[in-house]
Design a protein around this ligand. Structure first.
Ligand code: PLP
Length: 232
């Protein structure tokens, strides 16, 4: 390991500490490593030294580059804004799409999943805070989208995802995450199906998200502190 270009002595303990903060039986909350901007060598080290087998990426070209460069048994999550002309590529590369934010995307993912013989899992992104700059369904739009998502048979609707504002105080964060958990229950009742996943919580707010029932926390900067990003 001393030959390695990056020093990952501490990464394992960072991962364990985050898992501990998740404060639940190991395995109930998935710590998804968000590897955007990190060079493939760094992901390879996490794979080799820390046993990480799932990564989250937010741009299709970067995802494609890393899929080609890294071991085939990695499970990739797509977490970024999804343009309709990138759906086919993303469906081919990623097992889980967290950021589905329009009815037409749901329909397109379902159609392409069928055409490609894929069974991608997907989450509906909800703009709980209502920030204009954020993607995701408004609370009003969500239930119409849920109707369409629940009818998919090739793509599999697995739950909801949200991003909280970076500058929110703890009470606001608690409200946002609690609302997403309530919306998930409501979707389950309306659509008569089980939605196992709540993807919420990032480096700055994940303990609050976990307390409100997150099943996937998406952690980047906390893990990669001090690691040099890829050149453009
Ligand atoms: C970058 C990113 C994260 C990780 O954020 P950190 O604050 O670096 O942990 C999580 N979710 C999404 C959608 C992101 O784009």
């Amino acid at each position: 390991m001393s030959q390695a270009p990056y020093n990952f002595r501490n990464t394992l303990s960072v991962l364990r500490r985050i898992e501990e903060k998740c404060g639940q039986t190991p395995g109930t909350v998935k710590l998804l490593v968000i590897s955007k901007t990190m060079p493939p060598e760094v992901l390879q080290e996490l794979y080799d030294e820390c046993g990480v087998r799932e990564f989250g990426e937010n741009r299709e070209p970067e995802l494609a580059m890393k899929v080609a460069a890294l071991p085939q048994d990695i499970k990739w999550h797509f977490i970024g804004p999804l343009q309709s002309n990138k759906v086919r590529k993303v469906v081919k590369l990623a097992s889980v799409i967290h950021s589905v934010s329009s009815l037409s995307l749901i329909e397109r993912i379902e159609r392409i999943a069928k055409e490609e013989g894929k069974e991608p899992e997907f989450l509906l992104e909800v703009n709980v805070s209502g920030e204009a700059s954020k993607g995701g369904f408004s609370l009003e739009e969500l239930f119409a989208a849920a109707g369409a998502a629940g009818k998919c048979v090739h793509a599999r609707w697995r739950g909801l995802m949200t991003m909280a504002p970076l500058d929110a105080d703890d009470d606001t964060l608690e409200d946002i995450f609690c609302t997403l958990a309530r919306l998930k229950k409501e979707c389950e009742e309306r659509c008569q199906l089980a939605l196992p996943e709540l993807s919420m919580g990032m480096s700055g707010d994940f303990p609050i998200a976990v307390a409100q029932g997150a099943t996937i926390v998406r952690i980047g900067s906390r893990i990669f502190e001090g690691v040099e990003k890829m050149g453009k």
